[in-house]
Design a protein around this ligand. Structure first.
Ligand SMILES: NC(=O)c1ccc[n+]([C@@H]2O[C@H](COP(=O)([O-])OP(=O)(O)OC[C@H]3O[C@@H](n4cnc5c(N)ncnc54)[C@H](OP(=O)(O)O)[C@@H]3O)[C@@H](O)[C@H]2O)c1
Length: 446
């Protein structure tokens, strides 16, 4: 891949890139099938991504007609890479094997290694014969909705497709690598004012937060809404609070340290709760929740913003769902996309039905939603919450940081990009958006 990197750094044309020979193998972060049981009997928090994530050469797969090879300049850590690397809740090789049963092109994915990663920025270097809208040389970011567009179920909202998958989690050849293979309908323009690593981190979490809050498929937030955002300086939350602010709402951010409170204030979020300082005990023991603690939480929210919240942006799951359902306003919406602390959820249903609340499930975003969310990044209206950058060789440590909640915002990973700060094509727009605003999380982070 060195020849591609040299050509990209030298500003080679698309034709020149297309004329370069593809290598037989490429460097990729992956887990191994024969290690899927390596953490058997180990507590979740002790399962160490640094032991299971390997970086090494893997074979370049064949290209399907509707796909593109992208030389990856940078990628990012998402929580799904943590799940894959600790083999929870299940080893992801089951997903690959299922995809492997879907015809000739599907069989490529069912391998004994799984190349992970569901975000990337880079340069298109080849396109399949059926690709119309993209060419070698295009600078792109990649969203992770992987759908078979010949399946009728994918043609209302593609997130409803029967065989919808997340690239780099439920498919192989993910973004934490020097090369990736993606469907052409995963490609989106790279934000011209951002570096490779600032561009690489956004698509998964920004699009997910956009669907949850802004899209009519989610909570369809309106001006004036108060929105409770758990993990408000984390991967999802740092986009969610920006969408709320942009949409004329009032975010109430929940975080767990004074540094994160300060970061959110700098981002423009006035109402912030430090859950460690507040020391909420929503669960009095493993099986019992304490309604008086939900009430204390609700009171704290009302003290900050004057009323209950119209929307709760949920993802911690078991630890917080009871409180989320309680704290949501009459007729409000709890929109959830995850359950980091446990997926067997308990809440008091009386608070849901008597006050006509809705719990809405949401998962990633369709191409249109991802595209619209990416436009907000391209226009400088949503800032990239990049807090730290690791080399691809350090991917295990980067995943460890996310696993143990030691990070803020998003962690970027350099693939082919030899250093930070490259790839900025529009310095004027960057200056207009503001260097200080763009680098806010980076200056807070390590
Ligand atoms: N379905 C989808 O499409 C989709 C997309 C993206 C992510 N996800 C999932 O969503 C979850 C969050 O992803 P992320 O990228 O935002 O992760 P992240 O960067 O780790 O941020 C999550 C934040 O949640 C807060 N948190 C964690 N455990 C908590 C608990 N028990 N109680 C209260 N707050 C807690 C933490 O913030 P504080 O410690 O500061 O409070 C943490 O920073 C993951 O499970 C991920 O797999 C799903």
């Amino acid at each position: 891949m060195q020849a591609f990197l040299d050509a990209i750094l030298a500003g080679a044309s698309g034709d020149e890139l297309a004329a370069l020979a593809l290598p037989e193998s490429y460097r990729a972060a992956h887990v191994r099938r024969d290690e899927a049981e390596m953490f058997a009997g180990v507590a979740s928090s002790d399962k160490d991504p640094r032991k299971s994530l390997h970086v090494g050469e893997v074979a370049v797969p064949e290209l399907a007609p509707d796909e593109a090879y992208v030389a990856v300049m940078a990628s990012a850590i998402n929580f799904n890479t943590v799940w894959t690397s600790i083999f929870e809740p299940l080893p992801t090789f089951g997903f690959l094997d299922r995809l492997g049963k879907e015809g000739y092109w599907g069989t490529r994915h069912a391998l004994d290694h799984h190349v992970v990663g569901s975000d990337a920025s880079g340069v298109v270097v080849r396109v399949g014969s059926a690709v119309r809208n993209w060419r070698p040389g295009d600078r792109v970011v990649i969203h992770c909705n992987y759908v078979d567009d010949q399946d009728p179920s994918a043609h209302d909202d593609s997130m409803l497709a029967a065989n919808q998958r997340i690239w780099g989690f439920e498919s192989n050849f993910g973004g934490l690598a020097d090369l990736t293979v993606v469907k052409a309908n995963q490609l989106m323009p790279k934000p011209a004012h951002l570096s490779w690593e600032e561009s690489a981190i956004n698509a998964l979490c920004n699009s997910t937060a956009y669907r949850m809050l802004v899209s009519r498929n989610g909570a369809a937030m309106k001006q004036g809404d108060r929105v409770l955002v758990w993990g408000a300086s984390g991967g999802l939350g740092s986009y969610a609070v920006q969408h709320v602010l942009n949409g004329g709402g009032t975010p109430v951010g929940v975080v767990s340290s004074p540094a994160k409170v300060a970061l959110l204030h700098d981002l423009g979020v006035d109402a912030v709760i430090d859950r460690r300082v507040a020391d909420y005990r929503f669960w009095s023991d493993e099986h019992t929740q304490d309604e008086s603690e939900w009430r204390r939480f609700g009171k704290d929210i009302r003290t900050l913003v004057g009323d209950d919240v119209d929307i709760v942006f949920e993802h911690p799951g078991r630890q917080t769902m009871g409180a989320s359902v309680f704290a949501c306003k009459r007729a409000g919406t709890i929109v959830t996309c995850a359950a980091t602390s446990g997926y067997m959820i308990e809440y008091d249903n009386r608070h849901l039905w008597m006050k006509l609340k809705t719990i809405k499930g949401s998962h990633f975003a369709n191409y249109r939603e991802a595209w619209d969310a990416n436009q907000l990044i391209c226009q400088g209206k949503v800032l990239p919450p990049l807090s730290a950058v690791y080399a691809l060789e350090e991917v295990g440590e980067a995943a460890y940081q996310v696993h143990h909640n030691l990070h803020e915002g998003k962690i970027g990973v350099l693939a082919l990009a030899p250093r930070e700060g490259l790839g900025i094509d529009d310095p004027e727009l960057r200056a207009k958006v503001g260097e200080d605003r763009i680098t806010l999380f980076r200056r807070h982070g390590v």
